[in-house]
Design a protein around this ligand. Structure first.
Ligand SMILES: [Mn+2]
Length: 430
């Protein structure tokens, strides 16, 4: 049995006070779903198996390029971050893994492995960083990394990615995610073609160092930090990269990395159809790469993305096993609370998508019945699946209301006393 940071008695008391009402709500929803030919327990079983990774950088307070306002009890190092992730996992039972960022989380890999194993946590994809300069780094990434004009700088960036793979091998990770900030701020500053060719050449060297059972995820982003052009700017370029590199290369979709109003669920469908969807960075946005909490701005879009994912899952799409991860920046909330609710929102969209009557939807599509087709999706989306999610948490040892249990436990006040304040200053959206 793995160690639990929040007292098991506290969680048990929290749950026993809420369980009778939950059981009534679950039975009532079960009866309504039964009328639609859906077995509630089967949906609950699938929700119990669903997990989303926590990014190590998400448990610290984020910031913007204007300022960062640190909260109390912020993690001081990766070991504190793993403890915060363990709290999220314990109370939600939805986040079994942590995704590390190198060099931010650099430490003895064996110590890292032990620290995570203590709480029953595993490691998701490794994330490299060639978008900022590490301390004592020889060559600067100010003008790019994997696409830099200078061969030595490109080599340094390749070696950093190979080091991330090495660390990940010890940790039991099975994927590397590469996002670069390379691009330009002025028309004419770089040759689009030359920069992309240099990038592909560097990525081929990283791909060559990938173990056979690993996957390589490349993440596109339309703009920022470069404001005129970005080397890996959209899903089209990303698809070309994955095709050029080979069978172990896939596209990663960060929901915030598109122009406003782009039909992301359709991009998801295209990548699935051609076997190149690697995974997600879930978050939400209003204007740009806002890194807001998943489902906080446009929960219907999150559902529509999951509608495509569930459709692929049920139709047995070849090689389909996307990695799910949150990638958010929490500027005004307690990051642990935001991450718990975000994980639950991702689960919620998954559960709602499982309720879509796919046979009926297909019939309406074939008959050009636009109104009934869209209503079929709405019927699933409008269903309040909270009793399913709460029941899944109760059965797996989590809390019926994770935020309430977290506040009852007084975890933030406890770590605030143990962890000295972190100085404010630099920004931190990535
Ligand atoms: Mn991302």
């Amino acid at each position: 049995m793995s160690e639990q940071i929040i007292s098991a008695d506290l969680v048990a008391n929290h749950n026993s006070a809420r369980q009778p009402a939950l059981e009534r709500d679950y039975a009532s929803l079960g009866e309504r779903l039964d009328r639609r030919g859906i077995a509630i327990d089967a949906i609950r079983d699938q929700v119990e198996k669903f997990g989303v990774a926590i990014p190590s950088w998400g448990v610290g307070t984020g910031g913007t390029r204007f300022a960062r306002f640190p909260g109390p009890g912020e993690p001081r190092d990766i070991f504190d971050k793993i403890e915060d992730c363990a709290v999220i996992s314990q109370l939600t039972q939805a986040t079994p893994t942590v995704s590390l960022h190198i060099p931010w989380d650099k430490a003895d890999p064996n110590r890292l492995k032990q620290a995570a194993a203590r709480f029953g946590l595993g490691f998701d994809a490794m994330n490299s960083n060639t978008f900022s300069d590490a301390k004592d780094q020889k060559l600067s990434y100010k003008f790019g990394s994997l696409s830099h004009a200078d061969a030595g700088t490109r080599r340094q960036a390749v070696e950093h990615n190979l080091e991330c793979i090495e660390i990940g091998r010890t940790l039991g990770s099975k994927a590397l995610t590469v996002w670069i900030g390379d691009g330009s701020n002025f028309p004419g500053q770089v040759s689009f073609a030359k920069a992309f060719e240099r990038y592909l050449d560097a990525m081929r060297q990283i791909y060559a160092g990938l173990p056979d059972d690993w996957r390589l995820f490349t993440e596109h982003k339309m703009y920022e930090p470069a404001f005129y052009s970005t080397v890996v700017q959209d899903w089209g370029t990303n698809y070309i990269i994955a095709k050029e590199l080979g069978d172990k290369a896939f596209c990663l979709v960060d929901l915030g990395h598109h122009a406003p109003n782009v039909n992301i669920e359709m991009i998801v469908s295209r990548l699935i159809q051609f076997g190149k969807l690697g995974g997600f960075h879930f978050n939400d946005s209003k204007y740009g790469d806002d890194d807001l909490d998943a489902g906080s701005i446009d929960p219907y879009r999150l559902f529509l993305v999951f509608n495509e994912l569930v459709d692929a899952e049920l139709s047995g799409a070849k090689g389909f096993h996307p990695a799910h991860m949150l990638d958010q920046s929490h500027n005004v909330t307690d990051p642990i609370e935001s991450l718990m609710l975000s994980a639950v929102e991702v689960q919620r969209a998954y559960a709602q998508a499982l309720l879509v009557d796919r046979k009926a939807l297909d019939g309406f599509q074939e008959a050009n019945d636009a109104l009934m087709a869209t209503q079929t999706l709405k019927t699933a989306y409008r269903t309040d699946v909270e009793p399913i999610l709460a029941m899944a948490r109760l059965r797996t040892g989590g809390a019926i209301d994770p935020v309430a249990a977290y506040r009852e436990a007084g975890y933030r006040a406890k770590v605030a006393a143990e962890r000295p304040g972190v100085a404010g200053g630099g920004g931190g959206i990535v």
